[in-house]
Structure formats: structure tokens, C-alpha cells
Design a protein around this ligand. Structure first.
Ligand code: FEO
Ligand code: CA
Ligand code: CA
Ligand code: CA
Length: 532
């Protein structure tokens, strides 16, 4: 991206980005006041539809299986993180939509039935369903539509060769094959996408290193690619940076390897980029990366949160004798990030998932979905990190619980977070398929999207604005550059019931159709009023 378009992009990406550079003392007065709510919050519902609060309506923009281009590439399965990158920064009518395609559901993608054996040919199909999709969107007569056959439309999938940006080769090479498990992600200040490889172990298993010996622990059969060519787990669990205009990708190993979820960027005063990321596994950790220089995440320093001490602990091997003694080089340390983090006092958290930053205070909010060994925390909570002096480069912080899930607050299992430019928070919930509508979760009904005002009569209260179809979670919320459209992923509708004709969901087609993960565009006077 040249300097002019980069500057225009920064202007466009937001009021939010600009606000984040204001002095902290100037910030609170800018907070939007929502004393009079422009909508009636939804009551929980088990309906098999995407239900929206008053003054909002949706249109499906694209669904799994839609044809993208003359090569007959198709939109991948289970869209999660979304990012809208404007093609022309001066216009809000055209852009590229990135979606992570986290995983596939073989029942829908290739007619698998419980108990059925997998073949090598099945694995080839599965690898084409995951990764990411770039879709060129344009507004026509006021509606977002896909520009079919656009040169920008493309897929990255389980076969795409992607360089590993690392000092040393990883499992003998600087090239990985494919990406998968992309969950929550991020956008860099220079307009590239950060896709995070979360549950890679479901596809390629994991490696354990005991007494210098490497052992491969295979994936469970359901999503395993073990019947295809061998793929080393060390090549997955990274943050993948993608240029949406070219599809060029690279795996940024300096940000560490774990069940990466979210790579939320903020630009520091000196131009360097700070990236926050969670490791979505029970009792794993929260990380922050500080780039070595502006405009690149290829090099930098990785830190992990020691929450009781309020310190970011460095994972630079050269800075710690324990790390230096244990790992032979920084690349090996990064491959085994979780082990290194534990050695230096990382705090276990209850499944840290998505992260977003309050544009008015620069406080960092982290969804801790649920967890705790023994299952004590079933509803999850939002963790607030206040960096010292509101400086993303600070190595000291204060942590507190901002909001706890549970029947008293009307939500459970927070996952995807999005601050709007007014400094109010949008939160998607992800009650897992095994818990949805069970007795402890019955009061929440289906998963939802909540609006949490930070000021006014409803400050701190989650107000439901959307309810997902049965079995689905809502994810990937992002705004168009003019903030008049909220793009949203409806992921895994109908995931719990693999038995026709009693499918639990027929969204979005209705009737007897199979459910399809889809991206929707939400618009309406309520959105305009909240963001005016
Ligand atoms: Fe893919 Fe942690 O959700
Ligand atoms: Ca997630
Ligand atoms: Ca989740
Ligand atoms: Ca999910």
C-alpha cells in the first residue's frame, strides 16, 4: 500500500483509530450518551431465525458454497472473523470482505454419517472447506452484493502454500501447507488481515516434547486429516497475515504458537504496533506483542500476562536465563510458546478468546468464555486490562473483571467483541453446542449479540440486539467504514443435530433446506441512531 492510500485507509478505518491516539484525559467526555435507547432489547428466544431488535433488518450477503470466480472456487464453511477493507478509502460502497473459514461440518459438506469411515478423498474435500475467503462486495441499489468473478475473489485453504516467517526453519522448512482453524482475528494499521489459527489440533494433532523427544499426538477422528499426507502440527497455531488485495499470506511466528484467538492491533505513539491475542484453551494465557518497527509484524517482542503482578513478562529467550537454558533458539521457544509462558509465571485464564480495545480509554477487554479446571466458571466473564498511563507499550497494567456472565446479567460465554466509535461495546456469545438449552443455560435460549452502553441509564448492561438461529453462534461483527452496516457471521447453524429430516435449523433458506453458515449485513435506523 503506498503512503497516500495508507493514510486514506487510516482515515477511513476510523474514527476509532484516530480516537485511540488522543490523550487519555481528553477521552471520557467523548463517550456517546445513550440515555434514551433507540430500540427495545430482545428477550431470549429459541426460534430458528436471525431475530433482530426493533429498527434493524438484515440481508444475507453470501453463504457457504457460493461460487466466487471462474475457477469455480466457492465460499468456505463456518465463517467466523470478518473484516471489511474498503477498496477506495473515500467510498463506503465497495470493498473486500475477508472471512475466516474456521472448520467444516462433514455432515453438511460431504454427507458424512456418524460412524462412517473417512477416506483420503474425503480429506481433500475437507481441506478445501477451511482457511479463508476474500469476497469483493459492492453496494447496488443500496444493498451489499457480491461482485461475482471479481479478480479479488479467492480462497486460501488447507492446500495453500504459506511461508513461515521465522529465524530458523520449522520442522525442516520455511514453508507451511495450508491454514485452518481461523477464529477471531484482526486488521493491521496498514490494512492487512490477521487470521488466527485456533484449534489446529483438531485437524493435524499436536506435538509434545518430553526429555528432548518429539511425540505426535494424533487428532481425534472427527475432523482429522491423518488419512491425507502428513502435516506437522508445528506449522499451525500461528497468526497468518493476508493482503486482501493479492491473497498473499505469511505466518508470523514472532507472535507465538498456541490456540490463537484474536490479534487486536493498536498503534503506539512511536508508530510501532501492539497486538493482543488470547490462547483459547482452558487455563492458557493472554499475550501481547510489540513490533520491532512500524508497518511490520515480522519481528518484535512477545509478552505474556502475569495478572496478579500486573506485569507483561517477556518471552525473549535472550532476556531470561531459564528460557535460555531450556530452548536452543527463539524459533524453538516460539513453537513451544505455552511451555515458555508457564516457565516465566504466565497466569492461567478461563479460555481467553476475542479482544477489543475501547477507543476512548484504550482499555483492553478480553472475553474469558468459560473454564477453570473443575468447571467452576461455566458462564465466563469479560476481563478489563488497563495499561499503565493508557500506553500500549507499557509493561505494567491493572486487571479487573468488567462483567460476569450468568442469569443475573442475561448472557453467558462471551466471545467476539467489537467497540464502536462511540466507545460502546458489542458482544457475541458462544454457548457451546453441548450446553445450549440445557438446564443451566435455558434462560439464555439461543446465542446472541448484545450491545453494552458504557454511559447513560443503561451503562454496563448487556442489551440483546440479535438472536442466532438454532445451534449457531454469531461472530465476526465488523462495521462498514461509514458505520451504517454491521456485518455479522452466522456460524454453524444446525450443528447439533446430524439427522435428517429432523434438522434443528433450516436457516437461512427455510423450508426443508439444509442450514448454511452465512454473512449478513445488518442496517436500519437503530444502528444509525446508536452510531450517530
Ligand atoms: Fe473458535 Fe475460541 O472460538
Ligand atoms: Ca471464537
Ligand atoms: Ca468460542
Ligand atoms: Ca464456535
Amino acid at each position: 500500500m503506498n503512503e497516500i492510500s495508507r493514510r486514506q485507509f487510516l482515515d477511513f478505518m476510523g474514527r476509532a483509530a484516530a480516537l485511540s491516539l488522543l490523550p487519555a484525559c481528553a477521552l471520557p467526555s467523548l463517550r456517546g450518551q445513550n440515555t434514551n435507547l433507540p430500540f427495545t432489547p430482545l428477550k431470549p428466544t429459541g426460534a430458528d431465525d436471525l431475530i433482530l431488535a426493533s429498527g434493524l433488518e438484515y440481508k444475507v450477503v453470501t453463504s457457504w458454497g457460493d461460487i466466487l470466480n471462474p475457477k469455480q472456487e466457492r465460499v468456505g464453511f463456518n465463517n467466523d472473523f470478518l473484516a471489511f477493507i474498503p477498496l477506495d478509502p473515500r467510498s463506503s460502497n465497495e470493498g473486500l470482505l475477508w472471512m475466516n473459514n474456521e472448520y467444516h461440518d462433514p455432515y453438511y459438506t460431504r454427507g458424512w454419517r456418524p460412524g462412517q469411515e473417512y477416506t483420503a478423498a474425503d480429506i481433500v474435500k475437507d481441506r478445501k472447506e477451511v482457511g479463508g475467503t476474500i469476497v469483493h462486495l459492492r453496494k447496488r441499489e443500496g444493498e451489499w452484493t457480491v461482485v461475482v468473478n471479481s479478480k479479488y475473489n479467492r480462497r486460501l485453504d488447507g492446500f495453500t502454500p504459506i511461508p513461515l516467517i521465522s529465524e530458523q526453519p520449522i520442522f525442516g522448512t520455511h514453508r507451511a501447507i495450508g491454514t485452518m482453524g481461523g477464529c477471531a482475528g484482526g486488521v493491521t494499521p496498514w490494512g492487512t488481515i490477521l487470521s488466527c489459527e485456533e484449534n489446529y489440533h483438531n485437524f493435524v494433532g499436536e506435538v509434545e516434547f518430553l526429555n528432548g523427544k518429539r511425540t505426535h499426538v494424533p487428532a481425534k477422528p472427527y475432523l482429522s486429516w491423518a488419512k491425507g499426507p502428513p502435516l506437522p502440527p508445528e506449522h499451525y497455531g500461528w497468526v497468518v497475515e493476508v493482503d486482501p488485495r493479492t491473497g498473499r499470506a505469511k505466518k508470523l511466528t514472532a507472535l507465538g504458537r498456541f490456540a490463537h484467538e484474536s490479534a487486536t492491533c493498536i498503534q503506539a505513539a512511536d508508530g510501532r504496533t501492539v497486538v493482543y491475542s488470547g490462547d483459547d484453551s482452558d487455563q492458557e494465557h493472554l499475550y501481547k506483542f510489540i513490533s520491532a518497527k512500524p508497518g511490520s509484524l515480522e519481528k518484535g517482542e512477545l509478552f505474556v500476562a502475569d495478572i496478579p503482578a500486573g506485569r507483561w513478562r517477556s518471552l525473549a529467550r535472550e532476556k531470561d536465563l531459564r528460557l535460555k537454558a531450556f530452548f536452543k533458539n527463539q524459533t524453538e521457544l516460539l513453537v513451544r510458546t505455552r511451555e515458555a509462558a508457564k516457565m516465566i509465571g504466565a497466569t492461567p485464564l478461563n479460555r481467553p478468546e476475542d479482544i477489543d480495545i475501547d477507543p476512548l480509554t484504550r482499555n483492553v477487554f478480553v472475553s474469558c468464555t468459560a473454564g477453570s479446571k473443575g468447571g467452576a466458571d461455566i458462564y465466563g466473564s469479560l476481563l478489563k486490562i488497563e495499561e499503565k498511563d493508557a500506553d500500549p507499550l507499557s509493561l505494567e497494567f491493572t486487571a479487573s473483571t468488567f462483567l460476569a456472565g450468568g442469569p443475573e446479567n442475561g448472557f453467558a460465554n462471551p466471545d467476539n467483541l467489537l467497540f464502536d466509535p462511540k466507545g460502546n461495546l458489542w458482544m457475541c456469545t458462544d454457548i457451546s453446542e453441548s450446553k445450549l438449552n440445557t438446564p443451566a443455560f435455558a434462560s439464555f435460549a439461543n446465542n446472541g449479540l448484545f450491545y453494552i452502553p458504557f454511559s447513560g441509564a443503561h451503562a454496563g448492561k448487556p442489551l440483546q440486539v440479535a438472536s442466532a438461529p438454532r445451534g449457531a453462534e454469531l461472530t465476526g461483527a465488523c462495521f462498514s467504514p461509514d458505520f451504517k452496516t454491521l456485518f455479522l457471521s452466522v456460524q454453524h447453524p444446525g450443528e447439533r443435530v446430524h439427522k435428517r429430516p429432523q434438522l434443528e435449523s433450516h436457516w437461512p433458506g427455510g423450508g426443508d433446506s439444509v442450514p448454511k453458515p452465512s454473512v449478513v449485513a445488518i442496517r436500519g435506523p437503530t444502528l444509525e441512531s446508536l452510531l450517530r
